[in-house]
Structures are given as C-alpha cells and as structure tokens.
Design a protein around this ligand. Structure first.
Ligand code: IMP
Ligand code: MG
Length: 187
C-alpha cells in the first residue's frame, strides 16, 4: 500500500477511495496564485465582498481569503441543489441570504466546483440585481461541461475531469469534505 493510499484510509476510516486528482500541495500552490491574481485585479480602494457558496466552498474560501493580501469582507450564500446524490436535481434553493449590503460593492462569489452550471445560473442574477459595482465568480474547479453557463467564472483553479470528485470541501452524501486533497471515489 502506498503512503497516499494509507492516508486515504485514515481519513475515511478504512474505506478505500480511488485516485488523488489534486494533492494538498498542488491545491495550495494554485490557491496562492489565485489569491494574488484577485488582489491585483481591483483598485486599492475597491470595497470587496467575497460570498462563499456553502457548504462546498468552506475549505477553499478559508485558504483563499488568507492569500488575498488586501482589505476585504466575507459572507456566505447557502444553496442546495444536489441533496445526497451525485446528479443535479436542477432546482436551487437559497437557504441563507447574506445580511451584508451589496450596493456599490465588488462581489466575488466563491464556488467549489462548476458542474452543470445550474447553481451559478440561478444565483448570480439575484446578486447582480442588488446593484453591486461588479460581480465575479471564483471557482476552484470547473468541469467545462455546463451547456449554457450564463455566468462564466473569471478565476478558475483547475479544469477538472468529468468525474465525481470529493475532498477539500466537496462531499458525497456529506462525507469526505475534510480530505486535504481532491479525490475520485471508487464506484
Ligand atoms: P452545478 O450547479 O451542477 O454547477 O453544481 C454545483 C454544485 O454541485 C457544487 O457547488 C457542488 O456542491 C456540487 N457538485 C458538482 N459536482 C460535484 C462533484 O464532482 N463532487 C461533489 N460535489 C459536486
Ligand atoms: Mg455538495
């Protein structure tokens, strides 16, 4: 058994997962790069509000904000579209609406993974309606399979394979969010 396989089984309580797609160090390097790109993209006095889409973005968001070396604020969006399965149900419910004012501010929606694009298509318009100075999307992973994505992320960590991925915030039936790497479970 390799060290990586042993690490899997520690996190999963013995359940063998498939392969590691992005290691913790690959993710850290890319997130640092994205943080620097975001910091450089706005004028120094821009009023920036990052909106993390829960739950999947919580690990990414926590790492990302510490790599954006400039003033900013953080709030959350809670949406549900997947239930416990691996296929999109197609309807997105907003379960928490941020209290933070958005008018005149630069909004960055932080998403873990863009798959069908349903979540972004259904949520971004509502945010844009609140009169922000700008709306951008930062996604760690993009499967590039969304048929009609109305809101294309400005920043993407990795173009992901068209497989179901877990770890670094991504779940399968709420399991595996705490893996420090991104993996493809054995099915
Ligand atoms: P979309 O609405 O189909 O673009 O999917 C967006 C949401 O579905 C993401 O924020 C994830 O929570 C979830 N999701 C999509 N693909 C995956 C995956 O491969 N693994 C885990 N969650 C996923
Ligand atoms: Mg999920």
């Amino acid at each position: 058994m390799t060290a990586a396989e042993r690490e899997f089984e520690e996190y999963t309580g013995g359940e063998p997962l498939g392969r590691i797609v992005y290691s913790a160090s690959e993710i850290a390097a890319r997130v640092a790069g994205m943080g620097a790109e975001i910091a450089a993209a706005y004028p120094p006095d821009a009023d920036i509000l990052l909106l993390g889409l829960l739950k999947g973005s919580f690990v990414f968001l926590g790492d990302l904000v510490r790599q954006i070396r400039r003033p900013l604020q953080v709030d959350f969006l809670v949406a549900s579209s997947y239930g416990t399965g691996t296929k999109s149900s197609g309807s997105v419910e907003l379960l928490y609406d941020p209290r933070a004012p958005m008018a005149g501010r630069h909004i960055i929606i932080v998403e873990d993974i863009v798959d069908s694009g349903t979540t972004l298509n259904q949520l971004c318009g509502g945010i844009a309606d609140r009169d922000p100075a700008s709306v951008e999307i930062c996604a760690l992973l993009h499967k590039r399979i969304a048929p009609d994505l109305e809101w294309e992320p400005r920043w993407v960590g990795f173009d992901a394979p068209n497989e179901f991925l877990v770890g670094y915030g991504l779940d399968h039936g709420e399991d595996f969010r705490h893996l420090p790497f991104i993996a493809c479970p054995r099915t």
